[in-house]
Design a protein around this ligand. Structure first.
Ligand code: PMP
Length: 361
């Protein structure tokens, strides 16, 4: 439902309902004949795709009588965005929040969490998921000691994939099908969906929405960073296995329950550098202020479209390839990869011209 033209009850009503935007300049530069479309999730109220699951997990727990306003303490291990969604929902509804956040996650995410009233506990990024020191282990220890504490658990909660099966997926399908009749060629359906995997809730839920109700023949491509172990076949994970990567929000050292790899047709591995190059092209060419994992998703989509499996689609006029762009640059403005990218702008011809007119500053 459009968000304008009516009064919303609170910010949770402005979660989701994000635009599907053509990435025409990138498609043209890459020589693609298909439509390349970005689902732009930073336009959701809390700034990411994870607002949707936070809202659904809180509302489901309320229906089950598991949350008591003024008393309950919601604890969640997260790479940040689920935490921001939960902190937003809990600020509105009157629950306390503790977020356990690996060290590598940005200061901006911690600042947003604290702005929404959450407590933040940092944990060592290198701690294995099942160690007591990891973000998951620390959340469990706090839950066991704090009265009225609850972990909604995005890694196991069915409301994570369901939020995408019932909202993100149907929004994509509606946007694609209701654009039939526009002057731009279209197959009338979602032919390919590409998304990054962290918990895997996004790719699993959207795959189910597309394949169950819309186009069983669609191809769903999941993107996993080098260093993570989510991809299959297993051999794909050999490069930099267990190694560090900078991109936030995707990849894990265990397979979350909510990731159903049967729903995924192909896996693509991406590295940091190609992700940041792709994020920059989304900003510079398409004017979209996306975060790093959006770059991973686009880089993965382009790799798949150039692969043997994808090249027919890339040459098909009107085929619809949807790429999910999970969050925005607001989350990463102090990160070295972003600062490097913005400082490079100083080297532009226009910057040199400005210097020659005004002299060095
Ligand atoms: N990108 C970012 C920035 C995220 O925060 C997340 C959530 N961890 C994802 C991608 C992946 O989403 P999901 O957990 O649904 O796989």
């Amino acid at each position: 439902m459009p968000l304008t033209g009516r009064i919303l009850d609170n910010a949770l009503d402005a979660v989701g309902n994000t635009p599907l935007i053509r990435l025409d300049k990138i498609a043209e530069r890459e020589g693609l004949k298909c439509n390349l479309l970005g689902k732009v999730e930073y336009m959701s109220a809390g700034g990411s795709v994870k607002d949707r699951i936070a809202k659904r997990m809180v509302e489901a727990a309320e229906k089950e009588g598991k949350l008591i306003p003024g008393k309950s303490v919601v604890i969640e291990p997260t790479s940040g965005n689920t935490g921001i969604g939960l902190a937003m929902a809990c600020a509105i509804k009157g629950y306390s929040v503790i977020i356990t956040l690996p060290d590598k996650m940005s200061l901006e995410k911690e600042a947003s969490l604290r702005a929404l009233g959450a407590e933040v506990v940092r944990t060592p990024t290198a701690a294995a998921w099942d160690s007591p020191e990891s973000h998951i282990g620390v959340a469990q220890r706090l839950r066991d000691s704090i009265p009225n504490a609850i972990i909604l658990d995005q890694y196991r909660n069915v409301n994570n994939p369901l939020a995408h099966e019932y909202t993100t997926g149907p929004e994509i399908i509606e946007a694609v099908t209701s654009s039939n009749g526009s002057p731009r060629p279209s197959s009338g359906k979602v032919d390919v969906f590409v998304g990054g995997a962290g918990t895997g809730g996004t790719v699993t839920g959207i795959s189910r929405a597309i394949k169950k109700t819309h186009n069983p023949a669609a191809t769903v491509v999941a993107v996993d960073p080098k260093g993570s172990i989510l991809a299959i076949p297993e051999s794909l994970n050999d490069e930099n296995r267990g190694g560090f990567y900078v991109v936030e929000g995707i990849g894990y050292d265990f397979i979350p329950d909510v990731l159903d790899r049967k729903d995924i047709d192909a896996w693509i591995k991406t590295g940091d550098e190609e992700a940041f190059v792709a994020a920059r092209s989304l900003m510079r060419e398409e004017g979209l202020l996306v975060g790093g994992s959006s770059g991973s998703a686009l880089a993965g989509a382009l790799k798949w479209l150039k692969s043997d499996e994808g090249k027919d689609i890339s040459c098909t006029v009107g085929a619809n390839v949807v790429v999910l762009l999970p969050d925005g640059i607001r989350n990463y403005m102090s990160k070295p990869w972003f600062l490097k990218m913005t400082m490079e702008a100083e080297q532009s011809t226009l910057a040199k011209q400005i210097k020659s007119i005004l002299g060095p500053s």
